[in-house]
Design a protein around this ligand. Structure first.
Ligand SMILES: Nc1ncnc2c1ncn2[C@@H]1O[C@H](COP(=O)(O)OP(=O)(O)OP(=O)(O)O)[C@@H](O)[C@H]1O
Ligand SMILES: [Mg+2]
Length: 476
């Protein structure tokens, strides 16, 4: 993050001296010169550190200092005074002021003290943004995989980790685009900087603009204070723009400028702010198509897609499913509040066979649900949703059901009518499941082959809880 420092000092010489002493690439300086209006400006600025001359603080001064410290960014306040009033000094410190410095201190001493204040503040901001490093921090090792598709993918990924170039992450919903972006950041030379994520589809256009680029006070009705944008917050780190395809056209131009010039212009502002960020963008749409359709700027697409990584869907790396299941069983048990010894091989096999349209996210939900339902020592087939159990049946691709097993309980003991109905239902289910498997879940095609209308097929699928999504072939 850029550290914002407000220097509110009347004497031009001292003000300039302080700005010079504190000038650093990651410090954004704001100066305030005059009296009554000056105090208001100080209070309206967004600042991490406020260095203010005593005479600019309205009395009662300790109370005013306390108010400054309570501004939304909880700035660190340093007072510069011309006198030596020990009692006032003590009261200011008690009100939360970080230091009271005499204006005649030699420049070296000023630099040392103020430099340390700014440095400490910058470190704290970094810690808050980064949060504690815990087991939930993704690492590239999470994506280590048995599957050849994923191994090739990870080889490419590893090569781009150290670079500063933009990254475009594509893939179906829930494949782990954000997780991968976080992992790349966590292992890149920018790991010390923040990772700031935003979903471009989740905010209305005007809000998205000030969220990304910040705004100046008075930029629009309600903009009572200046506000930092995400690019500024992410200084020296990474900005993750999720659902980039949803970004409104005119903001795409602004984003392109950030990529080209490495600076942002806050909404309603004159000046630009230099930012050093790596941009990662993600989409589960086909951005090529959006470009063709004129919804997404071609120049921005080229700029973003210098390196494009497409994460394969889970059904194209089924080898990874058992490992993911194991690790999420371990991870979720204490969180869900239950304790199991594992999962039966049949249940794992069913999970491996399923087509996972919602990818890893869906898998996590299924495991959480299974843990909640599970009342034995192991997660079994019965704890899985019907759609997944059904997929298991399809894979078996039994040409016809095994009636004797299906009608357990001795069919000769039961009336013909019941047996016929039950056998017919089983036959029907097996037949249509096999047909949907064969046609890759294309209902029109399957209905044509069966010689029935798509509408009747939908009806049968509903009755037998067959979902066309479960039969879709892997996409490439
Ligand atoms: N390889 C993996 N190992 C462990 N967990 C994973 C893995 N890949 C994804 N996940 C988990 O799956 C969930 C979905 O991942 P993520 O949010 O990164 O997906 P996404 O591609 O950004 O999805 P969407 O397009 O819907 O935003 C997250 O909880 C993530 O931690
Ligand atoms: Mg996402």
């Amino acid at each position: 993050m850029l550290t914002r420092v407000t220097v509110a000092v009347r004497k031009a010489g001292l003000r300039e001296e302080l700005c010079r002493l504190l000038s650093r690439p990651d410090v954004l300086m704001e100066t305030v010169k005059d009296g009554a209006r000056g105090w208001r400006r100080v209070a309206e600025q967004t600042a991490d550190v406020i260095i203010i001359e005593l005479s600019l603080i309205p009395p009662p001064r300790p109370e005013s200092v306390r108010l400054l410290g309570e501004l939304p960014d909880r700035p660190t306040v340093v007072v510069i005074s011309a006198g030596e009033d020990a009692e006032e000094r003590a009261r200011l410190l008690a009100a939360g002021c970080e230091a009271v410095l005499h204006e005649d201190l030699p420049p070296d001493a000023l630099r040392e003290v103020l430099g340390a204040v700014v440095e400490r503040r910058a470190e704290e901001a970094g810690r808050v943004l980064l949060g504690p490093r815990d087991m939930e921090t993704p690492h590239l090792a999470d994506f280590v995989s048995e599957s050849p598709a994923m191994q090739t993918f990870m080889e490419v990924t590893r090569r781009i980790v150290p670079s500063a170039s933009s990254l475009l992450l594509l893939g179906e919903t829930g494949v782990g685009k954000e997780r991968l972006a976080r992992a790349v950041h966590a292992e890149s030379p920018r790991r010390g900087g923040p990772f700031v994520a935003i979903n471009c589809g989740a905010l209305p256009e005007s809000l998205l603009e000030s969220e990304l680029f910040g705004h100046e006070k008075g930029a629009f009705t309600g903009a009572a204070r200046t506000r930092r944008g995400l690019f500024e917050l992410a200084h020296t780190g990474t900005v993750f723009l999720d659902e980039i395809g949803e970004m409104p056209y005119h903001l795409q131009v602004k984003l392109l400028r950030v990529l080209q010039d490495r600076e942002v212009r806050p909404v309603g502002g004159e000046r630009t702010i230099p930012v050093d960020v790596r941009i990662m963008a993600a989409s589960n749409r086909d951005l090529d198509e959006e470009v063709e359709a004129g919804n997404f700027r071609r120049d921005l697409f080229y700029r973003l897609s210098v390196v494009t990584l497409t994460i394969p869907p889970l059904r194209e790396r089924r080898e990874d499913i058992p490992v993911l299941v194991e690790s999420y069983l371990d991870y979720l048990q204490p969180r869900v509040g239950c304790d199991v010894d594992g999962i039966t091989p049949e249940a794992v096999a069913a999970l491996v066979d399923y087509s996972w349209p919602g990818n890893v996210r869906e898998l996590i939900n299924v495991i959480e649900r299974a843990l909640l339902l599970c009342d034995g020592r192991q997660v079994t087939l019965d704890d899985l949703p019907q759609g997944i159990r059904a997929a298991r049946d399809n894979r078996a691709e039994a040409p016809a059901p095994d009636f004797e097993e299906g009608l357990a309980g001795g069919w000769t003991e039961r009336p013909w009518k019941d047996v016929r109905e039950e056998a017919l239902a089983e036959l029907e289910r097996a037949y249509f499941a096999a047909l949907l498997e064969k046609t890759g879940g294309r209902v029109g095609d399957a209905a044509g082959r069966a010689g029935i209308s798509p509408r009747s097929l939908y009806e049968k699928m509903r009755r037998h809880e067959l979902r066309k999504e479960d039969f879709r072939p892997p996409r490439d």
